[in-house]
Design a protein around this ligand. Sequence first.
Ligand SMILES: Cc1ncc(COP(=O)(O)O)c(C=O)c1O
Length: 375
Amino acid sequence: MTDRPVETDRIPAEDLVRQHAAIADELRAAFEEVLPVGKYTLGRQLTAFEEEFAAYVGARHGIGISSGTAALHLALLALGVGPGDEVVTVPNTYVATVFAISYTGATPVFVDVDPMTSNLDPARLPEVLSEHTRVILPVHLYGQAVDIDAVRAIAPGIPILEDAAHAHGADLRGRPIGSLGEAAAFSFYPSKLLGALGDGGALTTSDDELDARIRQLRYMGQRGTKHEHLVLGFQERLDELQAAFLRVKLRHLEDQILARRRVAIRYGTLLEGSPLRPPAHDVTGRHAYYMYTVQAPRREELVAYLSERGIGTQLIYPKLVPDQDAYRDHPWRAGRLDVARSLVPTLLCLPMFAELTDAEVDRVGLAIRAFYGLD
Ligand SMILES: Cc1ncc(COP(=O)(O)O)c(C=O)c1O
């Protein structure tokens, strides 16, 4: 957050152009480093990024994967998930979380969420656990960690795969997400907290055998020896170029998160006394503010009002996954989803990115106050 003048009247919900303009020289240098080497997959940039990212999340291994979706899929396979198994997750996530379960032939089972954080509510797990539960797949939504300690206490012995696509740099009572489950899947989709210049993803784990199985699945079922394919694997590697760009951006991630947290605190002050409910701040640990998600009465009217004033917003996610047409023909099971359903029509994401100026944040906050007739 800086005080430089705003160049444009529009305040978008997110702005990758501004983010990359600030580090363009470093990104160009990364490209120049990769180009003359002549090795564009599985080279030294990937190895270095994997080590640096694993160290950042406090896990023993990092494995670069082609996307967050592929990371989830490969991790579930490596954990032994298949037909006849059930994987418990939340209904208010991106479809990729749930598609990855269905790709394996297992059945997604939806559990309800906490009304304050929108995250998996550990207290609701007993409603859905069964003798077929093979993995629990919590999603650290919007940048706030799920209480994995509570999940473990209620479901001891069941492996946990973290969907960490929203929460690079968040922590649970001081322990980084990505190191809490048996494995964690990250997305580096460009708009994520740590984003590539294209698609990308990673898995982190401290289990040596899981690491070896995932590496084998990521590259055509090979384990070291070329032309020896031991299992039916996939072509799901993270490219050298993306790894080089991600190494640059990882160096800036802490500053990005700190700037986002300052934006969140400023919004919090501006929105005091409004009927809009701001996100719960740091309830389980450090919030990384991938999204600043509020619960807003008269949401559709507010979206239109802000849009008329050049302020962009996002709905994440406007439909529960089991309500998507794709799940008419694929099996799933659920407990009662009253809380998740009640949140869908109220949730709204305000503009949130590190480069937002104080003046822009103020403009958003004051527009919301005016909409609700305050001041
Ligand atoms: C919660 C969640 N899980 C998984 C994914 C899938 O990641 P990707 O788009 O890199 O495949 C995303 C992001 O798009 C996501 O938001």
